[in-house]
Design a protein around this ligand. Structure first.
Ligand SMILES: *[C@@H]1O[C@H](CO)[C@@H](O)[C@H](O)[C@H]1NC(C)=O
Ligand SMILES: *[C@@H]1O[C@H](CO)[C@@H](O)[C@H](O)[C@H]1NC(C)=O
Ligand SMILES: *[C@@H]1O[C@H](CO)[C@@H](O)[C@H](O)[C@H]1NC(C)=O
Ligand SMILES: *[C@@H]1O[C@H](CO)[C@@H](O)[C@H](O)[C@H]1NC(C)=O
Length: 231
């Protein structure tokens, strides 16, 4: 009998389908969260260390790849990017002497398949303010051929004397908590709503199929009073 199943699906409102989709998407994003392209921080404190973030996720996670990372820097007031750092085959090379002994690899380790190309600046100076550009050259190794892809990101770095906490950051943190709680409440409400809808739809489908069954039965036999009561 296919009938009850069809009744059941058509009885399920679009809203519940949407809810199921959101749930699936959340689940997928939680379980597939191996690589997320988080933006770098942009404010460093003079004298301290700072991580310049650069994450470029591989679109085809299952395909093997190798990658080379390069970093470029354009100081405030300058027009050209200078090559400052390169990372290839697990070997880091500092190219610009402004950064001698001050850069360290903070990206993917023990692999040639880089997705995280972050570097770390030790003892940040005010002269380190400016625009940084990371450049990732990735070769995807398919069975029969190789495919080259590049990714590049910019980080606008400001160096400050003391860490500031802008109101924007406080507001966004509060908003984050509010939205997390809001989302959970919404999920709960939708869950209850959909559960009741689905339960009701299930009853409906059962009743409908019972009516059909009785109707068919009554065609060959006498009229059934039960059907008239149900209608
Ligand atoms: C980044 O590099 C710095 C300096 O070597 C180190 O202190 C820090 O622990 C590293 N962080 C990560 C996440 O690897
Ligand atoms: C960084 O600063 C500390 C303390 O000021 C100093 O001991 C260290 O040698 C500096 N490192 C570099 C690479 O300049
Ligand atoms: C910053 O740059 C200026 C001008 O190039 C230079 O005179 C100064 O010594 C630099 N400061 C540091 C901490 O490197
Ligand atoms: C069955 O119901 C139909 C219509 O509802 C009616 O015309 C018919 O006379 C009934 N037959 C019996 C045996 O009651």
């Amino acid at each position: 009998m296919v009938q009850p199943a069809l009744h059941f699906l058509s009885g399920m409102p679009a809203r519940c389908l949407l809810f199921l989709c959101v749930l699936c998407a959340l689940w997928v994003s939680l379980c597939n969260g191996a690589c997320a392209e988080v933006d770098s921080d942009t404010e460093a404190v003079a004298g301290e260390g700072f991580k310049l973030g650069c994450i470029s996720c591989k679109m085809r996670g299952e395909v093997e790849a190798r990658a080379i990372a390069d970093w470029y820097f354009k100081a405030k007031g300058q027009t050209e990017f200078a090559h400052i750092f390169s990372y290839e085959s697990e070997e880091a090379i500092i190219i610009d002497n402004q950064f001698d002994d001050r850069l360290d690899w903070n990206g993917s380790r023990n692999t040639h398949d880089l997705q995280d190309a972050s570097i770390y600046i030790l003892n940040v100076t005010f002269n380190d303010s400016g625009v940084y550009r990371c450049f990732l050259r990735r070769t995807l190794l398919y069975d029969a051929y190789e495919h080259d892809a590049t990714a590049s990101k910019l980080v606008h770095l400001t160096v400050v004397a003391k860490a500031t906490r802008g109101t924007a950051s406080i507001v966004s943190e509060v908003m984050m908590y509010v939205s997390i709680i809001g989302l959970q409440l919404w999920l709960l409400v939708e869950m209850i709503y959909c559960y009741r809808k689905i339960a009701a739809a299930g009853d409906e489908a059962l009743r409908a199929s019972a009516e059909e069954y009785l109707a068919i039965a009554s065609e060959s036999k006498d009229n059934c009073t039960g059907v008239q009561v149900a209608e």
